[in-house]
Design a protein around this ligand. Structure first.
Ligand code: NAP
Length: 282
């Protein structure tokens, strides 16, 4: 095991709660495999304690933090500079601290989603046709921004609460459109569940996948269970599927590079480690 000294590079994840996060498992495995003098720690401030914690970490005390629920919006407020991806998404999952005290906000959730699509649906091209996003929360915003930046000709938003879908299409700049469930899937290139439906089991989004073309790729951001009912329905329909665990792993890759200055070692099977941690098999 690599020794952690007083000169270690430190980063972490801030959430409330944070105990369920898989990020420490992923980053710690990569740190060990790369032999880095580094640590990645979970931090769980009180709900009103995010800004104070971040203030204390400024100025190179640590390299940076990933940010998870419920602080992804507040992460933008504490930042001095906001990157394009985070700005478009209206949320940040990665804060980087400079020694001069400034904070840069980035968003790697969308990058992770696109990388997972390319890995598990080889040949997937976000620019090849309309994307359909189910949901209008933080994850849907990140997905919409990433798809627009990747050249999707149209991004359709379907959400239970219409107001939230409309707010998303106003806030994210690009070819976005609020759709009705009836015509959402026609000509769809990709269909993404960005709602929390299906988390911990249950039926998932109530949408008829028969309306999607045979070429559509179906992705579920929910990763517990790994094979959600939504993905099972898509597979039964003969569509290619992409799971939320791969997205989680892929959003961690650019974070690791930003914190520690090297790419995560490819030989570590972090997917198997993550599955073991949540008590599932692939
Ligand atoms: P959020 O901001 O709370 O948004 C939740 C979304 O789910 C909203 O659109 C909400 O619709 C919808 N929803 C919740 N319950 C519903 C129901 N019973 N019927 C219909 N719609 C329902 O959450 P988030 O941060 O966007 O996260 C959404 C999901 O993505 C979570 O499961 C999260 O774990 C997952 N996620 C995964 C990754 C990954 O790396 N794999 C990354 C980020 C998020 P309303 O607007 O109508 O309430």
């Amino acid at each position: 095991m690599t020794r952690i000294t007083g000169a270690a590079m430190v980063a972490g994840i801030v959430g409330h709660p944070v105990a369920q996060s898989l990020s420490p498992v992923l980053h710690s495995a990569w740190i060990a495999a790369a032999g880095l003098n580094a640590a990645y720690v979970p931090l769980a401030p009180a709900l009103d304690g995010f800004a104070a914690l971040i203030k204390g970490l400024r100025g190179g005390v640590i390299r940076g933090v990933n940010v998870t629920i419920p602080f992804k919006l507040e992460a933008l407020v504490v930042a001095d500079e906001i990157g394009e991806r985070a700005g478009m998404a209206g949320a940040s999952n990665l804060l980087l601290f400079s020694e001069d005290g400034s904070i840069f906000a980035d968003n790697t959730d969308g990058l992770g989603m696109l990388a997972a699509l390319r890995l598990q649906a080889p040949g997937f091209d976000p620019a090849a046709g309309p994307a359909v996003i189910l949901g209008a929360g933080g994850a849907a915003r990140g997905a919409a921004a990433a798809l627009v930046l990747a050249g999707a000709p149209e991004v359709r938003i379907f959400n239970r609460t219409l107001d939230r879908a409309e707010a998303l299409t106003r806030d994210v700049d690009g070819p976005l459109r609020v759709v009705d469930v009836a015509d959402a899937l026609r000509d769809a290139n990709v269909v993404i569940n960005a709602t929390s439906q299906g988390m911990g089991g249950g039926g998932g989004p109530d949408i008829d996948l028969d309306a999607a073309p045979d070429t559509a790729v179906v992705m579920d951001m929910v990763y517990k269970p790994l094979r959600t009912a939504f993905l099972e329905r898509a597979a039964l329909r003969g569509l290619r599927t992409v799971d939320g665990l791969e997205m989680l792993i892929q959003q961690a890759v650019p974070s690791f590079e930003a914190f520690y200055g090297v790419a995560p070692p490819a030989e570590v099977d972090v997917r198997a480690l993550a599955l073991e941690t949540v008590g599932e098999t692939a």
